[in-house]
Design a protein around this ligand. Structure first.
Ligand code: NAP
Ligand code: MG
Length: 400
């Protein structure tokens, strides 16, 4: 069989622990036999990040800017324990944070649905995609504790002069205060990423905040979304037959629960943090969640939503067999190959991505799966619990 050809490389960001092993197996078993893979390889494993003083992470992010499509393996974000374990000279920052800072974008997360793994909400028959704004608000705030008798004030300085507003007078009791920000530029990028992604995937877009209470801050989000929609996207949405609307966050939560899914739900940073865990869990498993970072100038980075699955890796090192679920990592690869195919007009490559996803889903629906899924499977097939490599081989049989 002749292998599928590529013209532009995919930027490949390798990672750590169990997912690093899974990364190599997926390439060996599912991709290299079928595709003449062109990739520009960056090793983001912690050993290499230490060796390059984390320069490799920035180089990889810049390569994604150059080529437009990247695929990333899960990586360790070091904490004090990792500094010891890997003998690090510094507690290197989260690679995802670094890549996000270079690409500036929005993270879209969607569950992979298969028959037999049923959502906790029975009406959710289509996936719900969460679009999380990944900049500002409480993630970049300043906070303080104010003793009784103190006062907190907000001082604003710009070309209109200086204004001072009292936040609270702590005359009768001590308390706490917080200052946070966002920028028109970042909110506009967020809005455009969401509108583009909705058009790309032909799904309606919901955006929710709390503008009735936060009359300047949250209202600014609402206004920017509306202005950009009216000016740049309204007609495109009408043509695509999809809608955009804004609603209050509490109303959105109620509507999402009653819905059948099938929409993109754009969330401010904190709402997205909380709601994406809720949605992932309600759909079954974090190991069945895709994640893609879309930048406002049209660059894509595909990854799995879970981490490096450390607990399984330590078992593997002891020589025990592990049944770690590779589905989200497979979908990161298929997503990147499909996008590369679309951008380079390579129909075969795009079709390969589709077939890889179908073969993966078929394998599970026929009863072959990893341990995490076997534990929650409610379908009518006899379950065959496999280790990771045997599961990948089952997928390869169907793909061939
Ligand atoms: P994790 O790797 O997501 O794993 C947490 C637990 O979830 C696992 O122990 C396992 O449960 C289950 N799980 C997650 N993915 C699974 C899969 N594919 N198949 C089967 N079970 C799966 O999170 P963590 O243990 O908190 O973090 C480990 C490392 O990953 C940390 O160093 C962290 O910095 C890093 N991390 C990286 C990313 C990223 O690169 N995007 C994201 C999150 C965390 P059981 O043990 O019960 O089987
Ligand atoms: Mg979270």
């Amino acid at each position: 069989m002749e292998k599928i050809k590529m013209t532009t490389p995919i930027v490949e960001l390798d990672g750590d622990e169990m997912t690093r092993l899974i990364w190599a197996w997926i390439k060996d078993i599912l991709i290299n036999p079928f595709v003449d893979l062109k990739s520009e390889y960056y090793d983001l494993g912690l050993v290499e990040r230490e060796k390059t003083k984390d320069a490799v992470t920035v180089e990889a992010a810049n390569a994604i800017k150059r080529y437009g499509v990247g695929v990333k393996c899960a990586t360790i974000t070091p904490n004090a324990q990792r500094v010891k374990e890997y003998n690090l000279t510094q507690m290197w920052k989260s690679p995802n944070g670094t890549v996000r800072a270079v690409l500036d974008g929005t993270v879209f997360r969607a569950p992979i649905m298969v028959k037999g793994i049923t959502p906790y909400i029975p009406t959710w028959t289509s996936p719900i995609t969460i679009a999380r704004h990944a900049y500002g608000d409480i993630y970049k705030d300043v906070e303080g504790y104010v003793k009784q008798g103190g006062k907190a004030k907000l001082v604003l300085e710009d070309c209109d002069g200086t204004r001072e507003v009292e936040v609270f007078d702590f005359a009768k009791t001590a308390g706490i205060v917080m200052g946070m920000h966002n920028t028109d530029k970042s909110i506009s990028s967020f809005a455009r990423s969401c509108f583009n992604y909705a058009l790309d995937t032909r799904q309606p877009l919901w955006f929710a905040a709390k503008d009735t209470i936060s009359k300047t801050y949250d209202h600014r989000f609402k206004d920017i979304f509306n202005e950009i929609f009216e000016k740049e996207y309204k007609e495109k949405f009408e043509k695509a037959g999809i809608e955009y609307f804004y609603t209050l966050i509490d109303d959105a939560v109620a509507r999402v629960i009653r819905s059948n899914g099938g929409m993109i739900w754009a969330c401010k940073n904190y709402d997205g943090d909380v709601m994406s865990d809720m949605v992932a869990t309600a759909f079954g498993s974090l190991a069945m969640m895709t994640s893609v970072l879309v930048s406002p100038d049209g660059n894509y980075e595909f990854e799995a939503a879970h981490g490096t699955v450390t607990r399984h890796y330590y078992k593997y090192l002891k020589g025990e067999q592990t049944s770690t679920n590779p589905v989200a990592t497979i979908f990161a690869w298929s997503g990147a190959l499909k996008k590369r195919g679309q951008l380079d007009n390579l129909k075969d490559l795009e079709a390969f991505g589709e077939k890889l996803e179908k073969a993966t889903i078929d394998t599970i629906e026929e009863g072959y799966m990893t341990g995490d899924l076997a534990a929650i499977y409610k379908g009518d097939k006899k379950v065959v619990k496999l280790n990771t490599e045997d599961f990948l081989k089952e997928i390869a049989k169907r793909l061939a």
